[in-house]
Design a protein around this ligand. Structure first.
Ligand SMILES: Nc1ncnc2c1ncn2[C@@H]1O[C@H](COP(=O)(O)OP(=O)(O)O)[C@@H](O)[C@H]1O
Ligand SMILES: [Mg+2]
Length: 339
């Protein structure tokens, strides 16, 4: 694995969350240089912040860069482990219990252990919702990088693993700060407030209310994800359009080109500080993917043409420019969508 390529991929895919990428880069560098502790995970990171701002996306992009596949990580939904006895769901049931011979852990050994020179990835989502006993089991994993399954016949090693936890703790207070910052930005007042410092402080206070000190102490890096601005959404939109065009070219031999007006239409429909890029993705689906899918299915678009997408007030409009007629005197075909 070339860690520089991995990081370059992350920086291309993930907008405005440089600190998270910096922490991952540090861990990969240490691993590459062989300076990681032999009996500890490669790193344990905690991603804080609101929904829809790229926490899971960072993990997917990392999996894609390392293993060539965005799904190559083990995700555990910690909100499902809210009771004491769920601590056993990591190690399986002890000998004598039903299922004890089957190593019935919820952990995916292959994805956690990775391969030689290619770290495995474990994502623990909504960590604060798990029972404290589950946290205790995790602490053991952080400290020993080893989990012996209850059946006694197998174990999972975490020495080649990047562990990433996510949490919403402090989100409400952090949101108040983001809104305040946005308001001041709009008022274009010069401010001397150190936003970064305030965000960190609020996050730490919330963490200390939720987790035991020994748990917090075992985390190598805590990253507070940023709220996304309109400018960030525009960059994310451009990434999404590149992905779309890759698919259109490969499967349907044409490509789509959005005017600035069309892009602004989608940002307008998709901007909501509270939900990050999620509403944008919904807007892209509704106003762009759906009409395009209809055109494709109705076989209206000739091969090697270009579809110009523009703002038409309450929706987007689609014009096909055929390859042969793509000269100055030709009129593009304006497509009326049947609804
Ligand atoms: N910072 C970002 N950079 C690039 N894409 C993003 C970013 N934030 C959100 N997205 C887009 O929005 C979607 C939802 O974000 P996700 O990472 O799942 O949110 P969460 O922070 O709640 O885990 C992603 O699939 C991705 O397409
Ligand atoms: Mg997520």
């Amino acid at each position: 694995m070339d860690y520089k390529k991995v990081i370059a991929h992350l920086r291309k895919r993930i907008i405005s969350q440089d600190e998270a990428i910096d922490r991952i880069e540090e861990a990969l560098m240490i691993a590459e240089a062989g300076l990681n502790e032999p009996d500890k995970p490669l790193c344990v990171l905690l991603f804080l912040g609101p929904t829809g701002v790229g926490k899971t996306e960072t993990v997917k992009a990392l999996a894609e860069a390392i293993h060539g596949e965005p799904g190559a990580y083990c995700r555990i939904d910690m909100s499902g482990l809210s009771e004491r006895h769920y601590a056993a769901s990591f190690s399986g049931s002890p000998p004598g219990y039903i299922g004890s011979k089957e190593n019935n852990t919820i952990l995916d050994k292959n994805k956690i252990e990775g391969r030689f020179g290619k770290p495995g990835i474990l994502l623990l989502d909504e960590i604060e919702k798990a029972h404290p006993m589950v946290h205790q089991t995790l602490l053991h994993i952080f400290d020993n990088a080893l989990l012996r399954l209850a059946s006694g016949t197998e174990e999972i090693r975490f020495t080649n693993t990047i562990i990433i936890m996510t949490s919403n703790v402090g989100s409400e207070a952090l949101k108040a700060i983001a809104e305040h910052q946005e308001a001041m930005r709009n008022a274009s007042e010069g401010s001397t407030i150190d936003w970064e410092f305030s965000r960190k402080q609020i996050a730490m206070e919330a963490l200390e209310r939720t987790f035991k000190p020994e748990f917090i102490n075992r985390i190598d890096g805590i990253v507070v994800f940023k709220w996304l601005t309109r400018n960030d959404l525009m960059k994310i939109l451009n990434i999404q359009l590149e992905d779309l065009n890759r698919k259109l070219k490969r499967y349907h031999s044409f490509h789509a080109e959005l005017t600035q007006g069309a892009k602004e239409f989608l940002i307008e429909k998709g901007f909501d500080l509270k939900y990050g890029a999620r509403p944008l993705k919904r807007a892209i689906r509704q106003y762009l993917h759906q009409p395009l899918a209809r055109l494709i299915i109705e076989e209206i678009i000739p091969r090697n043409s270009k579809v110009v997408v523009d703002n038409a007030g309450e929706q987007l409009k689609f014009e096909v420019v055929s390859p042969k007629t793509d000269s100055l005197d030709s009129e593009p075909t304006v497509l009326e969508l049947k609804r």
